[in-house]
Write a protein that binds this ligand. Sequence first.
Ligand SMILES: NC(=O)c1ccc[n+]([C@@H]2O[C@H](COP(=O)([O-])OP(=O)(O)OC[C@H]3O[C@@H](n4cnc5c(N)ncnc54)[C@H](OP(=O)(O)O)[C@@H]3O)[C@@H](O)[C@H]2O)c1
Length: 298
Amino acid sequence: MNSKQAVLITGSSTGFGRLFTETLARKGHTVFATMRDPGGRNAKNAAEVRTLAEKDSLPIHVLEMDVTDDASVGRAVDAAIAKVGRIDVAINNAGYYLSGLGEAVTTEQAQRLMDTNFIGSVRVNRAVLPYMRRQGSGVLMHISSGAGRVVLPCAGFYCASKFALEALAEAYSYELAAQGIESVIVEPGQYETPVFGNTVMAADQARTDTYGAAKEIPAKVNGALSSTAGNAQEVADAVLRIIETPAGEKQLRYFVSPQDFGLNEINDLAKQVQTRVLAAFGLVADTKFLKGKAVGSV
Ligand SMILES: NC(=O)c1ccc[n+]([C@@H]2O[C@H](COP(=O)([O-])OP(=O)(O)OC[C@H]3O[C@@H](n4cnc5c(N)ncnc54)[C@H](OP(=O)(O)O)[C@@H]3O)[C@@H](O)[C@H]2O)c1
């Protein structure tokens, strides 16, 4: 594979997605920076990305993509293929945080969150995989979270969306290894991005009001997350290192965090148990991925 890769990123308007776009493009990778509504709600963000690309001659193409819309995902992937003929890396980054007591989250809010944070990756992966399988190579990257492995109160639905993403990404890693396609999971801790300002709060205030002191938990959690947030460029640098790690040598999980609260211990133990589970089901030969390293930090 050419060392310069074609990378499609979801949710590139702000935050991590925007930083990944610039960081990867500055290293010569061709980036398809996808975002919702670049002609409307994200017009300013799209213009800034295009201006940067022009000013510094960076290989960045802004494309429209709403990860909750099959047709929109398909159009963006088709446009990227029409432009360069391949997609080497798909970074599933689009997502948001939903905060509040579980009982106060409406079913509509829960469905919308899962549709973005989880099914969004399903749509993107289904759209890019036929091309990656034809190429015999590719990387599906999933921006999960520390909250994809541990649980905070009043973040239950967000955690559920990231736990779901982790499960699917791990299953893909076993299923696709034999075809030269890697599925990797990045688990950021708390980092300074617009994510905190974009947080959606549980809508059922009447239920929240019946919880007494527990209704203060969301503010406590959110305050602790934002006040300890690290520099988001650390995550972009980690993503660059991961995609530049040769095929077959990538880990399944990468925990990247300003605080070490022991997530790698969970990941190490999970790897050991998974190995035993796959062996018990006679699946080790089918999942050659397990011969390589599966967890660790970058
Ligand atoms: N920052 C952290 O501490 C942290 C920690 C762990 C994991 N994460 C994860 O990192 C990812 C990026 O978040 P961030 O921190 O960079 O926050 P952010 O700046 O709010 O970025 C979220 C991005 O997702 C996009 N998005 C939301 N719904 C979308 C949809 N339906 N279709 C396409 N794009 C959509 C947003 O686009 P719009 O501009 O159109 O809304 C935005 O570009 C998320 O998955 C988040 O869960 C963040």
